[in-house]
Design a protein around this ligand. Structure first.
Ligand SMILES: [Zn+2]
Length: 418
């Protein structure tokens, strides 16, 4: 069941829609009005269709049948290019993603690297932020959204140990991910519907559980699942209606049929010794961290496995700290983005834009002529950061927010901090 919920606060400050990549004239910022009924609900609305259903009860997925599984809502896991296009007619998508809390330090890097950058079709580049709640400043999440980037989910607590996520229950994931969606829409004052994607902490899958929660709460795609086996050619995004052919690098992996739920496979890079790395900053045998030239070649070499192959989306998955603490790597990354901006058939986009294309694949010449992505700018209140707020384990937090301050630090089980 898809839950469509409009929190009253989300619509405050909705203004014009950005068209053709032009940033709209900023509206005067207004303070969202506190409402007596606010927050309307303490937990994520929309009861799951299968509350508490354990993975063992789910129907095992069958081998995919291409005759039955057709776009736009179903796609077999495959290295085939959607729509049967030839590689040369296929847009090469590049998905830049950053994980974890959004704060005043890493936002400076995001602004410097991304703002004002355009693809060769004149559209502003995209990037996706997998945000975890702890230490996140929601005023800055609002800023990133208003620059046209995609905001996605990376859990409320990001708790350790990693094994927590492997064995998490339906309710654990519901509280960490489904509740985070309403939380981030609320505190960053961004549209609930704009939040579509999930990346689990440590890329640790939880079998069917996280996908079942996503399906029940209307989340569209997961980007947590690395593949080492399908690097060259790379695996294209697919749905979980049928059994996946993808190798399971971070078990347990899903085994059930979970219709219309998309997997954006994290096609691993290949390090200097041939080993796969799911994220650009998790490679073991890398070039010298001070050697910009070799790093540039390392990045381009991995990109070419896609660009000169089946053009599966090329992921540049990284944490800001890695770039900030390695200036030569950051310089190589900027050179790589400059290269992409100058290629007529490669595009840095938000992750959900890749899915939009996969659902309705069109040749690159048509894609280039399309209008740029649009979004609805939202306001953020002028107010000091909230705090000190009492948090878990006796900790004290400050939190930037675009809405009325919570009473305590928001956490799992209390996503609005009431
Ligand atoms: Zn993380």
């Amino acid at each position: 069941m898809r839950s469509v919920v409009l929190l009253s606060v989300v619509v405050v400050g909705l203004a014009t829609t950005a068209v053709n990549g032009q940033l709209p004239t900023p509206e005067p910022l207004q303070t969202p009005e506190p409402s007596t009924e606010y927050p309307p609900e303490a937990t994520t609305p929309g009861p799951p269709t299968t509350p508490g259903l354990e993975p063992d009860d789910l129907q095992l997925a069958e081998e995919c049948d291409e005759e039955l599984c057709k776009l736009p809502n179903c796609r077999c896991s495959s290295t085939d290019i959607p729509g049967g296009l030839l590689p040369r007619d296929t847009p090469q998508f590049v998905t830049i993603t950053f994980d974890d809390a959004v704060n005043v330090i890493n936002t400076v890097t995001y602004r410097n690297l991304l703002n004002g950058r355009k693809n060769s079709n004149g559209c502003p580049v995209g990037a996706t932020f997998y945000v975890s709640h702890e230490y996140t400043n929601y005023k800055l999440v609002n800023e990133l959204y208003n620059q046209g980037y995609e905001i996605a989910l990376h859990s409320i607590s990001h708790r350790t140990p990693q094994s927590y996520w492997a064995t998490a229950t339906y309710n654990d994931i519901k509280q960490e991910i489904a509740d985070q969606r309403v939380q981030i829409a609320h505190f960053a004052n961004i549209p609930f519907e704009s939040v579509k994607g999930v990346r689990l902490p440590f890329l640790q899958l939880s079998g069917n559980t996280s996908f079942q929660v996503m399906a029940d709460y209307g989340l569209e795609y997961d980007c947590s699942w690395p593949t080492g086996a399908f690097r060259e050619p790379g695996l294209w995004p697919y749905t979980l209606d049928y059994a996946s052919i993808q190798d399971c690098m971070t078990p347990p992996c899903p085994t059930a049929s979970i219709p219309k739920t998309w997997v954006l496979p994290m096609v691993s890079w290949t390090d200097l010794d041939g080993f796969p790395c799911a994220m650009a900053d998790s490679c073991h045998f890398t070039p010298d961290l001070d050697d910009e030239e070799v790093w540039y070649k390392f990045i381009v070499g991995n990109f070419e496995k896609h660009y000169l192959g089946n053009r599966a989306p090329f992921g540049f998955y990284i944490h800001e700290w890695y770039l900030a603490s390695n200036p030569a790597v950051q310089a190589a990354f900027v050179r790589f983005m400059n290269l992409i901006s100058n290629l007529p058939d490669a595009f840095m986009v938000n992750s959900s834009e890749v899915l939009d294309w996969v659902k309705n694949p069109i040749p690159v010449n048509e894609y280039r002529a399309k209008s740029c992505r649009t979004w609805s700018p939202t306001a953020c209140a002028f107010q000091p950061d909230c705090g000190p707020l009492e948090g878990p384990n006796g900790m004290s937090y400050w939190m930037g927010a675009c809405n009325v301050c919570p009473s305590v630090y928001p956490w799992t089980g209390n996503p609005f901090g009431m």
